[in-house]
Design a protein around this ligand. Structure first.
Ligand code: C2E
Ligand code: CA
Ligand code: CA
Length: 574
């Protein structure tokens, strides 16, 4: 950041007499002054240092002439805004003395000095932020470890391929692969070797692809190949068999050599009206059976498996019954305030008590709950429970601990015009301060094209309810979102926390995210904190709050109360 305190230094003193002294004297924040037509009249010493210039090199020059050509239009748009009397914030690359460009951001306003219109600007160095943003962008489309496509890109390509299939002929095949016993390699030889295996695996697979095929990694040791224009079933099977055979070659990593075979499930479509998610699920079911049948082999999706897929219908039936028979259970996971070492609140997480299978987590039913529309009813139940809980805890802990309660809400629910009023009504009736309820939404809500979810969110926020962005770091996750949307807090996804200790890139992203959030007055919660080392790094990065297994897993309300009273958690031991 361009430290504004340095603006009193010699080299940065206003050139050309004391004309602009009055402007800069009152405010530590003014970094440049230009005339209304863009001639630089004053540049603070901190700003000069940032770009490596001497005052004489800038004084009297057109500001624009130092801009990166691609940023001139944005700069001129800002100029038009200024002319209309508005304060503007513009990001641009400014040329340094060594010829390189550095990202900066100027917040400018027009003021009158000595009867003349001038523009005063505060310059911020946003180079680090831009770098972090570029990394995040790449993460949105590629798997960070192997740099092959991620799930998002795979699904997009599948939709496109199905569209083409509607017009043409041939087959579209989806090969779902996973390494046999990868977990063992990873657990016994360590993550470093595990990662190296995954990298080599991605290389091997790439070798078997034709140029138009897509290879994606879905996480862990799961890869998917999308192959278009396949002649017939046999050709798909042949491709799968070739990959399985190649999988029997040993991997050599450093001094180690070991075999890690591959299992593959295949599904295909000859009809463009098929659904991409369904096709992927079919391949996954076939993979599951390949594993059951002994691994190191290929299996094809068939009618027998189709009848299993119908299991979704069963899940939906189970959900309806759970709603009717009050088998929805709400667990709570505590959130720790790092500076105060206090458990400030908890997140409500839904579970279903299944008579046969015990307590089910969302991964067993969330997809079906969303598709069937039943999630809204479940969330209503969760919210009522959470508000009641918050009211109890407020009395028990006098608002010192467990005061805030977070719930997860979907775009569909927020789009319901009556929802915000119902929330506020429920809060007021229970006596829970509105600001104690935190609504967690994902990017999908912020990107809702109809904007109805967004207006629901605004209405809630205007009423005093807190709003947070969940799973930051997974989707498009642009840092600029944080600036654009009405938010109070941000939850950093466990995938960014997981490698905090060993990956500098992830540390840089987390640091930049925390920095920007604080500049925007947003609280930062790091999720998925499992180790002391992660906690220490987050503390050093000035993270506000954490959540994760290190503090506690989600549990019944009683377990949280006990935790608050006994403080028996490794995260609370200093
Ligand atoms: P989420 O909102 O990101 O919730 C955090 C998830 O991470 C929870 O999984 C939690 O148990 C898990 N978790 C917490 N600490 C750690 C950790 O240290 N390490 C690891 N590996 N995981 C940790 P859960 O309960 O299975 O929930 C999964 C997702 O389901 C949630 O992700 C949320 O998106 C959704 N969900 C859960 N409850 C509800 C609900 O009531 N309504 C809605 N709409 N969605 C819900
Ligand atoms: Ca959440
Ligand atoms: Ca999350």
């Amino acid at each position: 950041m361009a430290g504004s305190k340095g603006s009193r230094g010699n080299i940065g003193d206003p050139p050309g007499g004391g004309d602009y002294q009055a402007l800069t004297a009152g405010s530590a924040d003014v970094n440049t002054v230009t005339t209304a037509d863009g001639i630089l009249r004053y540049v603070s010493s901190a700003t000069l240092r940032l770009f490596g210039w001497e005052p004489s090199a800038l004084e009297g020059k057109q500001f624009e002439s130092f801009l990166h050509p691609d940023d001139i239009n944005a700069w001129r748009d800002g100029g038009a805004e200024l002319a209309a009397g508005r304060v503007t914030t513009t990001a641009y690359r400014f040329r340094r003395r060594d010829g390189s460009f550095r990202w900066s951001e100027a917040t400018s306003r027009r003021v009158e000095a000595d009867g003349r219109d001038v523009i005063v600007s505060t310059i911020r160095d946003i180079e680090q932020r831009r770098k972090a943003e570029a990394i995040l962008q790449r993460r949105a489309f590629t798997d960070p470890l192997t740099e092959v496509a991620n799930r998002f890109v795979l699904m997009d390509r599948m939709h496109q391929a199905l569209n083409r299939l509607r017009r043409g002929t041939g087959l579209l095949a989806v090969l779902y692969l996973d390494l046999d016993r990868f977990k063992v390699v990873n657990d016994s030889l360590g993550h470093r070797i595990g990662d190296a295996v995954l990298l080599k695996m991605a290389e091997r697979l790439t070798h078997h692809l034709r140029p138009a095929d897509t290879l994606a990694r879905l996480g862990g040791d799961e890869f998917v190949i999308l192959a278009e224009d396949i002649e017939n079933e046999e050709a798909v099977l042949e491709l799968g068999t070739r990959i399985v055979e190649a999988g029997r070659d040993p991997f050599r990593i450093g001094a180690e050599e070991f075999v890690c075979t591959v299992s593959i499930g295949i599904a295909w479509a000859s009809d463009g009206c098929r659904n991409a998610e369904e096709l992927l699920q079919e391949a996954d079911l076939a993979l599951y059976r390949a594993k059951e049948r002994g691994r190191d082999r290929v299996d094809l999706f068939d009618e027998e498996l189709r009848s299993q897929a119908v299991g979704k219908v069963g899940t939906e039936r189970m959900l309806r019954r759970a709603l009717k028979e009050h088998q929805i259970v709400v667990e709570y996971q505590p959130v720790l305030d790092l500076r105060r070492a206090r458990i400030t609140g908890a997140e409500a997480l839904v579970r279903i008590r299944d008579p046969e299978r015990g307590l089910l987590k969302p991964d067993a039913f969330l997809d079906v709950a969303v598709e069937s529309g039943l999630l809204t009813a479940m969330d209503e139940h969760v919210m009522a429970d959470a508000i009641q809980r918050s009211s109890d805890w407020n009395q028990r802990f006098a608002g010192n601990e467990l005061a805030e309660i977070a719930i997860n809400i979907t775009a569909r629910h927020l789009s319901d015009a009556g929802f915000p009023k119902a929330v506020v009504g429920e809060l007021d009736a229970s006596g829970v301060p509105r600001g104690n309820l935190q609504i967690e939404v994902t990017e999908q809500v912020l990107m809702d094209v109809s904007n109805s979810a967004m207006s629901g969110l605004r209405e809630l926020r205007d009423a005093g309810v807190k709003v947070g962005l969940d799973d930051f770091g997974t989707g498009y996750s642009s840092l600029s979102y944080l600036r654009q949307f009405p938010l109070d807090f941000v939850k950093i996804d466990p995938s960014l926390i997981h490698d905090l200790v060993r990956t500098e890139g992830d540390r840089a992203i987390v640091a930049a995210t925390i920095g920007l959030c604080h500049a925007l007055d947003l609280l930062v919660v790091a999720e998925g904190v499992e180790t002391r080392d992660q906690l220490d790094i987050l503390g050093a990065l000035d993270c506000d709050r954490i959540q994760g297994f290190l503090l506690a897993e989600s549990g019944e309300p009683g377990a949280l109360e006990e935790l608050v009273e006994t403080r028996s958690s490794p995260a609370l031991q200093r």
